[in-house]
Design a protein around this ligand. Structure first.
Ligand code: SF4
Length: 224
């Protein structure tokens, strides 16, 4: 197991950032100068949906609903029409409309109090972390199944089924993204999870992390 020592973590960070510089994916929501609305909508749509799928309809969605006011005034059926390419569109549309109405009530200002933030429609741990990272510039992890897969394979497995409540994984994720380029590091891990450390058939043969990867070490042990 590649222990979560400061040296190992910093090596992981630097290698991932170097990889990201040439292999990182380009998506409209990663552009600079996005409005907070555009950032949140992208994160909402990215939940349980592949980034490539979202990138196909995200620009149209933003064009049709350019701000919280437009979204709050829309009919749920109109929102559904634009969300049809993704699963759970009926549920997502209703919740997006609730979030938009709440934002209008709050003069379009998100709460800074963490508990209040998590209690907003469509928020929760992942979305609140995304807000802290992308809007408040704090080193929070975009910890989903993909990031957790990379960290668990490289460093070691969690013990609890739910990512949100596993203290080991939570602590590890925060440690890993604590960096001056936390945003890029988060994206690097997510892109690495999608391109190399895939759920099925990870490309370990040519992976630059293989030498210290816990998953590879356990495979080797089983073969001996
Ligand atoms: S060696 Fe394989 S399992 Fe380990 S980090 Fe690389 S792709 Fe993932």
């Amino acid at each position: 197991m590649a222990a979560a020592t400061t040296k190992n973590i910093s090596e992981f960070q630097e290698k991932l950032l170097a990889w990201f510089a040439t292999n990182g994916r380009h998506f409209p929501w990663r552009e600079r100068r996005l409005t907070p609305y555009q950032t949140i909508i992208a994160e909402v749509l990215l939940q349980r949906t592949k980034a490539e799928t979202v990138s196909k309809f995200y620009p149209k969605f933003i064009q049709h609903f350019p701000n919280w006011l437009a979204l709050s005034l829309a009919n749920v059926s109109d929102i559904e029409h634009y969300l049809k390419p993704v699963g759970l569109y009926a549920q997502r549309s209703k919740r997006l409309k609730s979030l938009a109405l709440e934002m209008i009530k709050r003069n379009e200002v998100l709460p800074t109090d963490r508990r209040e933030l998590e209690s907003m429609p469509f928020m929760g741990q992942y979305m609140a972390n995304a807000v802290e990272l992308l809007l408040y510039d704090k080193p929070f992890p975009l910890l989903d199944v993909n990031m957790s897969r990379v960290l668990e394979r490289y460093i070691g497995e969690r013990t609890m089924a739910d990512i949100r409540y596993d203290p080991y994984l939570q602590k590890l994720a925060f440690k890993v993204v604590k960096h001056n380029h936390s945003k890029e590091l988060n994206w690097a891990i997510l892109d690495f999870a999608a391109i190399t450390c895939k759920a099925r058939n990870p490309i370990c043969k040519t992976c630059f992390l293989a030498r210290k990867c816990a998953f590879i070490k356990s495979v080797r042990r089983r073969l001996l």
